[in-house]
Design a protein around this ligand. Sequence first.
Ligand code: GLC
Length: 793
Amino acid sequence: MLTSSTTFLFSQNEKNLGSYKKHNFNNGTLTIQTDQAFVSVEIINESCVHYRITETAPTADFSYSVLPYNSNKNIQWEADKSSLKASTSEIDIRISKMPLHLSIRDKKGKIIFENDSTFTTTWSGPEITTYNRLFPDERFIGLGEKTGGLDRRGNGYTNWNTDAFGYTPDTDPLYVSIPFYIGLHDSLCYGVYLDNTSKSHFNFGASNTRFSSFSVESGEMDYYIFSGKNVASIIEQYTALTGRTPMPAQWSLGFQQCRWSYYPDTEVLQIAETFRQKQIPLDVLYLDIHYMDAYKVFTWDKNKFPNPKATVGALKDMGVRTTLIIDPGIKVEKGYKAFEEGLSKNHFLKYPDGTWYEGSVWPGLCHFPDFTSPKAREWWGQSFQGYVNDGVMGFWNDMNEPATWGQRFPSNVEFNYDGHPTTTIQSRNIFGMQMARATYEGTKKLMNKRPLVLTRAGFSGIQRYSAVWTGDNTANEDHMLLGVRLLNSLGLSGVANCGVDVGGFNGDASASLYTRWMTIGAFSPFYRAHKMINMKESEPWSYGEESEAIVKYYIQLRYKMMPYLYSTFYEATKTGMPVNRSLAIEHSYDWRTYSGAYQNQYYFGEAFLIAPVASTQNATKVFLPAGEWYDFHNDVKHKGDQVEMVESPLYRLPIFVKAGSIVPMQRVVQSFDESAGDTLFIHIYKGDVVNSFVYFEDDGESYAFEKGEYFQQEIIYDGKKNEISFGKSSGSRPSKFKVKTIVLHGFEKDNLPKVDGNILTFNPTMDTMLFPAALYSNELYYAPKEEVRVFKN
Ligand code: GLC
């Protein structure tokens, strides 16, 4: 191995960072000049380092993803002959001088992350690659919307937002780019966020045994390294840096039905009416491209929807919100308002010679707004006024990779990039996120309520503006299970609010596939069924009576879980902890987490363990992690730290509840607009741990909660003391539930818990027992072993 202290010249076109020449420390930033480049290092906090390499002296950093932060300005750097060193309470940072490379150790001296000591960071032509030591047991998780297995070791990936219609379980890249991953080795973990929007590549020991690496095809090598005690803390730090999912409108967590396309208005109303007749809950109906006049965004097809306001209003009267598809391409057509305005105000993308870029998509030839221009974003946001006046509350941003027929968006189109002019090369990956941002900021202002924004393309930080769906999947078993992994991976990568086209977009599903998919979908953050044009009907009643009954049961379950789900989203807004939680978050170093048989398993919030399984399987092996587990369907208790064979006919998705869990539920409603009555059902699953749950409630759709209008209360279950208690509530809003009913699971009738200090007794003649009435008007319900929830055909 070469140990040269000078620049490592691989060939004429290749060089590494070279060695240290000099450094200075100014206002929190250490700047080092090497033979070849400049390295700027900031220590952001006790466990995060920002490392930036520029070929020329660094200028102000600009990022669409990273929120403003204050780095630690008081850090002391020590320099000796061979290195520069600094320490925080969590990590020791060492930058070796010859050749310049970084290593980060924990306080016990164990290396967490280290650049390859020879390759360091290398330029190969314009491509810059940072090579890192690959540890023998190292695993890699995250990287957002990426196909493949949970553990990405041995694979390479590219980030380049792509219209990936018909993708397979190993197509790469897809629609969204999130250059953030988490490395796990030697019971240590770290995260890397590569802050560069150009095409990037990640290699996790693919075709080599020496290194993991990340590279960018253009721009700077600019990355953040997070260390932490566990995966949750890495996610928390990454989302502190790039932002968190805002509190979604509660109705957007209900069931959503979509199809390319429901029209005319009479069909749309009929679909909604059928849901109501059949008492299958529904909150959102989607209108796909046919609602527009010749696919022109911000218009209505007046033949298909002669009175859109009345139609949207009639849906709303049924408790159904309307969401419209919004595509970025603006039809080139004289007299069309959006076209004329965009042209006259100079909002469209151009070539370097000043001529308009034109590409074909649904409407034919189109111009495209430059969403990286603040002015164009502002204009776009205001353009929703008409739809908002019509009562539309959801905006589904599609085709924003951007997709154009031919799939070759020219490289030389110019973008404003918020005052840092550049081309497609730097801007493609950020286009979708900036479109979603413009849509979110605009509609939020116009509605003064929480809009539903859904996007296909995105980049790190997209979670601040929009939910993400995983594009045009296919109706087959592999895709159903791949979808679960995609959502789990998005969750690891900061995107708490995400979903797939439940039932499969492309192709017809069998009744069993559709049914199983709908049961899994009930346990995903964003629950929307969608189907491609020319495919057979795909509503909950389209696959026969048995399917309908099962699907209805699970949609109802989704609505019962709403208090739990909404509170779980609240947690995501505070800590970045996702809703779909890969087992890799909690069981990061257990090989079973990554085994092909169990890698799709996840926690849905804190309490539920979901084991998704193909619809063809009537039984499956489930990995039950350490602890104790209740089979959700019959309350039968299972030991953890083992694998169990579990029955999984279509009506019985394998769902387990962690012993000690606290799950607030409500009565079934048909939509958000219907009252769930006055009772909150607090399910407690007996365990011997101390657990708590932060229950959160507000009006579900406005921003009043930001001014304190919410109800929040901690529910504590101490399994050791056999006590349930309620913390002091906060917020200025009273709970909409006047009665708390505690539903006990796994308790013996002669060992009932105390509730806020009161001893409960079991009355065998009644299912229901009352709290001491003078103290609470609350009830206690003792759930017998054979719970009513077992699905009956
Ligand atoms: C794209 C979208 C899909 C939509 C279709 C028509 O393929 O991904 O969801 O239905 O366009 O708008």
